[in-house]
Design a protein around this ligand. Structure first.
Ligand code: ACO
Length: 430
């Protein structure tokens, strides 16, 4: 017997309409509004897309009320504890966990792409070393579209795969090139025996003589990368999808994601958080800054606090706070003043009525900068580190989207509030 579709009735002045309800495996179902306009002449109004499912996806699941994040069905806590970034990359892309052999093939494919073209290397010479690293990354990512374009058939699965491995291999080199260009130092070498995250540290710091990779840093970086790898239809991923829906070059779509991530309401918050800690200075000033954050006449917000989806806690923040303890403990720097300030700020905010009422909790960006800083990565590079990890999610979403036969160009509508005029007079007669 054929399963009957669920529907929902919508009553308008011109009648009653049945709208299909599409069922999710887990989480909220959605009302299919594709025929709403043709049936009723009405659009929906949801400017920040907070009630809109923009696509079907099999990749990542979030339950914001319960603080749940899952990649391909696996809880983030398990992946952060037991997996590596490359295993997570395999999982996100293929939908299954790898065997040792398949992971080895996957790693070899990434590694084969860990070289950047001469043209891209030269590009950095034209960029001021003091320009913002996210400006450099947006430019460098977009520049890959000037090299990889003509031969790409975006609907061909093999070409999608090539793009995926190319971007996963090249982004660490781009990011390490940016770090070294800023410092006017040499980029380090890739080493076959090192993990993906160890190689990132080696590329960053290993170009000028001896650099010993600290296993605590390498583990912390891998965990940060796993936690940042994907987050369903956030602002930057939606930018990649919307840009990619026109059929444009995939590297250009990823560059759109990088640009979107830069903003302080999104990935740029990690840099803003550390700037804010610097501005607060010491624990005595916390009440003053909490008051500023609550004052609606003041544009100041508690950076690294609040989230569009998480209304209980952000599971990534909990893991990162723990990781902060481990890193600082290994450095015998348990009483790091910035970490102490951050924890005190969190405690005070979590007890404050304003933050309780609005369900505002620390998000992924609140503690991450403290770890990056401990590794020797400056605050201007934090969002670039986020982008490095998130490129995996963007590329996976781009591939998923291009493989879906139902893909159509993204094209929202609007509520027009401008004028309509019929009194045009030619310029020489006004
Ligand atoms: N500090 C003070 N007040 C806040 C904060 C904050 N960090 N975040 C939200 N609020 C208040 C708002 O003023 C609003 O109050 P009101 O109802 O009295 O007007 C209420 O909480 C709801 O806030 P919205 O802005 O409507 O929530 P939205 O879902 O649109 O924004 C966002 C989410 C952008 C993350 C917001 O919480 C914020 O600006 N946080 C600081 C920046 C940040 O940390 N961004 C990183 C997010 S994680 C990521 O993208 C990787």
């Amino acid at each position: 017997m054929q399963k009957k579709n669920k529907t929902i009735s919508l009553k308008t002045n011109s009648g009653s309409f049945e709208l299909d309800v599409k069922e999710a495996t887990v989480g909220p179902n959605v009302i299919d509004l594709k025929r709403l306009y043709s049936q009723t002449g009405l659009f929906t109004f949801d400017p920040s897309y907070s009630a809109t499912a923009s696509c079907e996806s099999y990749i990542t699941y979030i339950d914001g009320n319960e603080g749940i994040l899952e990649y391909r069905g696996y809880p983030i806590e398990q992946l952060a504890e037991l997996s590596t970034y490359l295993e997570v990359a395999y999982l996100l892309f293929n939908g299954e966990l790898p065997s040792e052999n398949s992971l080895e093939d996957f790693r070899a494919n990434v590694k084969a792409n860990m070289v950047i073209p001469q043209q891209t290397k030269k590009l950095f010479e034209g960029l001021d070393k003091d320009s913002h690293p996210m400006a450099m990354l947006t430019t460098a990512m977009a520049s890959l579209s000037s090299i990889y374009h003509d031969e790409i058939d975006i609907k061909n699965h093999e070409d999608q795969k090539k793009f995926f491995f190319n971007v996963l291999g090249k982004t660490p080199i781009l990011v390490a090139s940016i770090f070294n260009h800023r410092n006017q130092t040499n980029i380090g070498q890739y080493h076959e025996e090192l993990s993906y995250s160890e190689n990132i540290l080696s590329l960053f710091f290993g170009g000028n003589g001896e650099y010993k990779i600290d296993p605590v840093f390498a583990k912390a970086l891998d965990i940060l990368m796993i936690l940042h790898a994907d987050h369903e239809q956030n602002c930057s991923t939606s930018s990649v999808r919307l840009t990619g829906s026109s059929g444009t070059n995939p590297y250009a779509s990823i560059a759109a994601g990088v640009a979107a991530l830069w903003g302080p309401a999104h990935g740029g918050a990690n840099e803003a958080v550390v700037k804010m800690f610097g501005e607060i200075g010491n624990k005595d000033n916390i009440p003053k800054y909490i008051a500023k954050a609550k004052d609606k006449n003041d544009r100041f917000r508690l950076m690294g606090f609040g989230h569009r989806v998480y209304k209980n806690f952000d599971p990534r923040a909990t893991i990162i706070r723990e990781e902060c303890h481990k890193v600082l403990n290994a450095m015998e720097n348990d009483d790091d003043p910035m970490f102490e300030l951050a924890q005190e700020l969190e405690q005070i905010a979590l007890k404050d009525e304003y933050f309780i009422e609005r369900n505002l909790y620390p998000n992924v960006d609140f503690y991450s900068g403290i770890i990056y800083q401990a590794m020797g990565i400056p605050k201007e590079m934090f969002t670039v580190m986020f982008a490095l990890a998130r490129t995996l999610g963007w590329a996976t979403h781009w591939c998923e989207m291009q493989s879906q036969p139902s893909l159509k160009i993204g094209r929202p509508r609007q509520l027009y509030l401008g004028e309509q005029r019929r009194d045009y007079i030619a310029i020489d007669q006004r």
